[in-house]
Design a protein around this ligand. Sequence first.
Ligand SMILES: CC1=C(CCC(=O)O)c2cc3nc(cc4[nH]c(cc5[nH]c(cc1n2)c(C)c5CCC(=O)O)c(CCC(=O)O)c4C)C(CCC(=O)O)=C3C
Ligand SMILES: [Fe+2]
Length: 343
Amino acid sequence: MRSYDAFLLISFGGPEKREDVIPFLENVTRGRGIPRERLAEVGEHYYLFDGVSPINQQCRDLIAALRDDFAANGVELPIYWGNRNWDPYLEDTVAEMARNGVRRAVALATSAYSNYSSHRQYLEDIERARAAVPEAPEIDLIRPFYDHPGFIDAFVDHTRQALERIPEELRPETRLLYSAHSLPIAMAKKSGDPRRDYGSLTAYEAQLLETARLITERLDRDYPYEIVYQSRSGPPSQPWLEPDINDRLEQLAKEGVRSVVVVPHGFVSDHMEVKYDLDVEARETAEKLGIRLERAAAPGTHPAFVAMVRDLVAERAEGRPPRGLGAIERSCHDDPADCCQRS
Ligand SMILES: CC1=C(CCC(=O)O)c2cc3nc(cc4[nH]c(cc5[nH]c(cc1n2)c(C)c5CCC(=O)O)c(CCC(=O)O)c4C)C(CCC(=O)O)=C3C
Ligand SMILES: [Fe+2]
């Protein structure tokens, strides 16, 4: 039994006013080889929302829900929050934790899957922040949780709600498009534990497919489903995971598909990549093609998702085996030291 004296939420971070958009994008893309045109284009996505990314408020909402849930269940951990790319920066939060005498914290990152950006980079963020802070607490990062029942149940609920918004006569023929953030293929190939065999897929793709299966199986009908990708950046010469959701919608229209429900199962909340890339861009594509599109909400503060966080904290404290509904090998659940390298 490991005893913790604090809980730490770690997230991506986002700007909340126009002047912060460019400095934020510079933080995200430093040393990443993202073309300038792509940056200008993504900046426009943020300006469309007056420079306010939804992600910070979503973190505040999750923290408020966790406070209530922890209090109602006798979990007496103070809650801290720090980001990779914007204020409150993780390093400042770790310094505050040290000042408050925190010695050992358990942390959850707002990313459910195994890949560099979602897993290893958060481990690096923690180590960098700790190295900069004298007497920094120990920080244990909770493992990827894509097949935890709480994550799955939140999506099942939200997918049902989205299906209900599809006119009844179209519902039986509706396709489910499970959407996740694309990655450079070189990065996807490094996802997961290098010693494990994920079949013909990379670990990230195998987990995405598994999660989609687990959600679909719990719906009232056997809907056809598939994985699509969104939010590609990087130069065109660099291969990224495909198909892009917009290209796939074009093909589906040609096949006569008239309605889709998009389930953003690669994400934890409805942040900018969901609000813009799906709700603006993919919706526009679908409208042009005459496809009825409804988007399911990401977990956000769904009670099953909030309870999942408490369960993962207990799992880590008690050293319990990971709880998951999936059948693929436990990806990074036992924290291999060399999983999810960048490329
Ligand atoms: C796998 C993954 C997730 C899902 C897991 C998770 O949720 O963590 C995710 C989430 C997010 N990505 C976000 C924003 C951005 N991601 C970028 C760029 C990149 N993302 C990548 C991967 C991922 N990203 C990658 C491989 C790049 C290329 C550069 C690099 O190798 O690092 C860029 C640069 C511009 C662009 O090229 O798009 C931005 C602005 C926001 C905040 C949104 C908001 O403000 O609400 C969130 C939650
Ligand atoms: Fe991203």
